[in-house]
Design a binder for this molecule. Structure first.
Ligand code: F6P
Length: 521
């Protein structure tokens, strides 16, 4: 049975939330914090993860009403439909089963009446054995040398996910150098080619369709460069593909044994858990790749089985809806306090904005309420010296996720203490601000009264700016898997609440078509 089709704004919960908002829109986080239990009451723990959402403009009643909304649109039913493999990507006629890729349960999941679990296991075995051969040096290039460099050629979901994970797990990397070529801009591929030796480089062409202009153009350029020093008979030792389009892969000249599967029931931007993650496994080894999947599976189970009030992805999704649809906030920031996660914001931009950037509901009608949030961000503390001025004192209301780790990986405790002091300091500044009186006290000995009064308004921080603290013990493949899955489930939850389809992306087509027409012209 298809997803239910409920306009959220017509629900009783929405009406109650509208009234609740009118009555409470001026509440202040500082006042809410007078309750000593607030931090505890508005925090959720799940294994090595703590989510503190106490610095939001919410009360218990807000959460109750938001949860009522989730119940009224039957989110539970939608979650079950996703996990059990119903065709919830209705506009493309597909199941959405990235969760099956990381599932270790023996329970079958049927697509067209056939259990997909054996195919998934077979693909994982192939990834493992191939990665082991390349990493150990047993896989030889055309002159008998071992592989030193891996180049992932793909774009969008066939690039951003693996690129972000490889960067995030740099600490766990082996000796192989990993590169990512994505842009149609020839300077991108040229800059990478110039560092490579064809004898020792392995190219992983990742394209679900194997027709994407950027990927095929880059792959052809690389093949031509390779063939300047090698022959077509050497291609099997240096080119592998991840795709559903076996014919196009064959036409490109790739050996059929070097093809890793992709499936239509996995959306491009959710595909890093499939063989699209091959460059991850090559880069950090299969065991770490499996740990990434395991972490995601743990989050899947949490999402599927936990009451909404205790459910981390659901609560984060509801908070985002609270600001987006009631306060009229338009953007959200993702602020990781780890340099390793520098690519997370752009990865999430595709995941979130390609999924929920929809203006038509599941009836095919134009929506008259706000959907998909704009997401952006960068790493702390660098961004404190860049855009945080606007977040602290600008005119926009921006919900910010602060992602942090209790421990650093290299153990420079002095650095880590300073990093985390900034992490907490920023959230406190946003929530509690700085009053006129505080500023006055601070300035009282620094000049004459008139000067102080002149400066005063510029130095005041209004505060009352919301944030979520997403804190893990340590950055590991497993905790990273949990984090990425957390955002995936937040995306789906919001899509269900907004009554839109989160898993198609027709909006990227028109520009592509026009570019092709213009190219011909
Ligand atoms: O940007 C649109 C999109 O279809 C993404 O969803 C996908 O990740 C990307 O293009 C790449 O597509 P492919 O894997 O088919 O080359």
């Amino acid at each position: 049975m298809a997803l239910k089709n409920i306009n959220p704004t017509k629900t009783n919960a929405w009406k109650a939330l509208t009234n609740h908002f009118e009555e409470n829109k001026n509440i202040n986080i500082k006042d809410l914090y007078k309750d000593d239990n607030r931090k505890q009451e508005f925090s959720l723990e799940f294994d090595d993860l703590l989510v503190d959402f106490s610095k939001n403009r919410i009360t218990n009643e807000t959460i109750d009403l938001l949860v009522d909304l989730a119940n009224e649109v039957d989110l539970k039913d939608a979650i079950e439909k996703q996990f059990s493999g119903e065709i919830i990507n209705v506009t493309e006629g597909r199941e959405v089963l990235h969760t099956a890729l990381r599932s270790t349960s023996e329970d079958p999941i049927l697509v067209n009446g056939k259990n997909i679990k054996p195919q998934i296991q077979a693909a994982l075995r192939k990834i493992k054995s191939f990665s082991n051969k390349v990493i150990s040096g047993k896989w030889k290039g055309y002159t008998g040398k071992s592989i030193t460099d891996i180049v992932n050629i793909g774009i969008g979901g066939s690039d951003l996910g693996p690129d972000m994970i490889v960067e995030s797990l740099k600490f766990y990397k082996n000796q192989l150098n990993t590169h990512f070529v994505s842009n149609i801009d020839g300077d991108h591929v040229s800059e990478i080619i110039k560092t490579l030796n064809p004898e020792t480089t392995l190219f992983v062409i990742v394209s679900k369709t194997f027709t994407t202009q950027e990927t095929i153009t880059n792959a052809e350029t690389i093949k031509n460069w390779f063939l300047k020093s090698a022959t077509i008979f050497d291609i099997p030792k240096h080119f592998v593909a991840v795709s559903t389009n076996l014919e196009a892969v064959d036409n490109f000249g790739i050996d059929k044994n070097n093809v890793f599967p992709m499936w239509n029931w996995v959306g491009g931007r959710f595909s890093l858990w499939s063989a699209v993650g091959l460059s991850i496994s090559l880069s950090v080894g299969f065991n770490n790749y499996r740990a990434l999947l395991d972490g995601a599976e743990e989050m899947d189970l949490h999402y599927r089985n936990t009451d909404f009030k205790e459910n981390i992805p659901v609560i984060l999704a509801l908070l985002s809806i609270w600001y987006n649809n009631f306060y009229g906030a338009e953007t959200e920031a993702v602020l990781p306090y780890s340099q390793y996660l520098s690519k997370l914001p752009s990865y999430l931009q595709q995941a979130i904005m390609e999924s929920n950037g929809k203006g038509v509901d599941r009836n095919g009608d134009k929506v008259d309420y706000q959907t998909g949030t704009i997401v952006w961000g960068s790493t702390g503390t660098n961004m404190q010296h860049a855009f945080m001025q606007l977040v602290h004192q600008g005119t926009k209301l921006i919900l910010a996720d602060f992602i942090g780790y209790k421990e650093s990986l290299y153990g420079l405790t002095d650095h880590h203490k300073k990093l985390m002091a900034n992490y907490y300091g920023q959230m406190e500044a946003l929530a509690f601000g700085k009053t006129k009186e505080d500023v006055h006290l601070e300035l009282q000995f620094s000049g004459d009264k008139e000067k102080i009064n002149q400066l005063l308004p510029f130095k005041v921080f209004e505060g009352n700016r919301p944030s979520n603290a997403i804190l893990f013990d340590k950055l590991t493949p497993k905790s990273l898997g949990k984090l990425v899955a957390l955002y995936e489930h937040k995306i789906y939850t919001q899509g269900i609440l907004w009554n839109i389809y989160s898993y198609d992306q027709f909006g990227v087509e028109l520009g592509k078509e026009l570019a092709n027409k213009l190219l011909k012209a």
